[in-house]
Write a protein that binds this ligand. Structure first.
Ligand SMILES: *Cc1c(COP(=O)(O)O)cnc(C)c1O
Length: 436
């Protein structure tokens, strides 16, 4: 399978190059040249299949020409080491719990899969070490650290802004094994991102090692997110025994990775009637759906902070899927946005009415589903993080004190190298490791 850039100002590349480049050289995002359609028969017995089995079938259709099937099977099995249950919350409303991975957020899926694909290619690169760089503002760093910790031949450098991570997010950067290196930057997230970009543009670094990015725009973080849309549908079937009709999926959206993955699954033939986009006050995407105008703006802080995105990069993939045509796009997508007060109110209401604890991101998606669902339809919302990751919001909304997630509290706090916003300082770290 080849992958083209959404900007179409550079040639298509194979999977290896798409993964290793991360971003296409013309600044566009990679998309698969062909979206294979799944044979209808697949849906007849999908309800008997595990997440891993489903993931393998879908992955093999897309990546099978680049990586051999036994290897894909292994990558998929190593990615899904945790359950993704579909839990009934109310009549006709189900929660797809994507937070049972090691860092308690759905980003584990993409990070674990990407880590294994990079490792697959690095084992072919004859002893040349691969270095993965990522700038994080929160959840990505932990997911990448956990995703890469058992992956041989790859050194990971995570740049995070000093003082901006929550206690749990900071702890999640410390993983055993010695191949994951967290670097504290005395600056903002944007500074971290700029340093990473400078490293990519530095010929000295490129000569010394292969470097790539584990950022969320990487196509191999996106593709595995398709699998759980199929799995959600299969789980719904399992509950009723027959093919569900009129399934609507609500996606709590920031950078639009999950939504893009869902739309790709739909294009492959997954019978989803429509997707609901749920935004917090950063409602750039929802505004686009309502008006046809995409107007990026500075993000502001909200209680669903992982969705505080003012210029979602995956919009270019979504527009590309519809040939830039607002008409057909607005037929499958609806959108709603919510204030912090709405989100906390939803958490409170669902906890008292249904005894189900939502996190602020899942709550946003739940609210959108409740506002959008028509009689006779069945709704699924993505519950993207464990509520304990947002214990303060949970407490504010429901009065409940949640213990932090299992396995998250025994860490010994390590000291990370701390650098000012200077590329020379980062370069020194990268090159020392390279020579050593
Ligand atoms: C990253 C994140 C989101 C946003 O997902 P996108 O794919 O970027 O739209 C939603 N919820 C949580 C908990 C996240 O960490």
């Amino acid at each position: 399978m080849n992958f083209y850039s959404t900007n179409r100002r550079c040639p298509s590349v194979g999977l290896k190059e798409a993964v290793m480049n991360g971003l296409a050289p013309d600044g566009g995002l990679y998309m698969p040249e062909r979206i294979p359609v799944i044979p209808r028969a697949f849906f007849n017995n999908i309800y008997e299949m595990s997440v891993r089995d489903i993931a393998f079938v879908v992955a093999d259709l897309i990546l099978g020409s680049d990586i051999d099937s036994a290897e894909i099977r292994q990558i998929v099995n190593d990615t899904f080491t945790f359950d993704i249950p579909l839990v009934k919350v109310e009549d006709n409303i189900y929660s797809l719990e994507l937070f049972h991975g090691p860092t308690l957020a759905f980003k584990d899926v993409g990070a674990r899969f990407l880590a294994r694909v990079i490792s697959h290619y690095s084992s072919q690169s004859r002893g040349r070490k691969v270095r993965v760089l990522v700038a994080t503002s929160g959840d990505s760093g932990g997911a990448v650290a956990a995703g890469f910790k058992d992956v041989p031949g790859v050194e990971v450098y995570i740049l995070y802004p000093s003082g901006r991570l929550s206690h749990m997010q900071r702890e999640q950067l410390d993983v055993p094994g010695g191949t994951v290196h967290a670097i504290e930057v005395l600056g903002t997230f944007d500074d971290c991102q700029r340093l990473v970009k400078e490293a990519f543009a530095d010929d000295d670094i490129r000569r010394a090692c292969d470097i790539t990015s584990a950022n969320s725009i990487n196509i191999c973080r996106l593709l595995p997110q398709m699998f759980y849309f199929f799995h959600a549908y299969a789980s719904l079937m399992g509950k009723g025994g027959e093919a569900p009709r009129d399934v609507v999926v609500s996606v709590p959206s920031g950078n639009l990775g999950n939504l893009t993955a869902g739309l790709l699954a739909w294009r492959m033939g997954l019978p989803i009637k429509r997707f609901v986009v749920a935004n917090n006050v950063n409602d750039v995407t929802v505004n686009y759906l309502l008006t046809g105008k995409f107007l990026p703006r500075r993000a502001v802080k909200s209680v669903a902070c992982a969705m505080d995105v003012g210029n979602p990069s995956n919009i270019s993939r979504i527009l590309d899927l519809f040939g830039g045509d607002y008409g057909p796009l607005s037929h499958v997508l609806t959108g709603y946005s919510y204030t912090d007060e709405d989100i906390l109110g939803t958490m409170s209401l669902v906890y008292s009415a249904d005894s189900y604890m939502l996190d602020p991101h899942g709550a946003t998606a739940f609210a959108a589903l409740r506002d959008d669902l028509k009689p006779g339809e069945t709704g699924i919302f993505l519950e993207t993080a464990h509520p304990s990751k947002f214990a303060r919001a949970v407490h504010e909304a429901t009065g409940v004190e949640l213990k932090r997630g299992a396995g998250q509290d025994a860490h010994h706090r390590t000291v990370h190298p701390r650098i000012s916003v200077s590329y020379e300082a980062l370069k020194k770290i990268l090159l020392n490791e390279t020579n050593g």
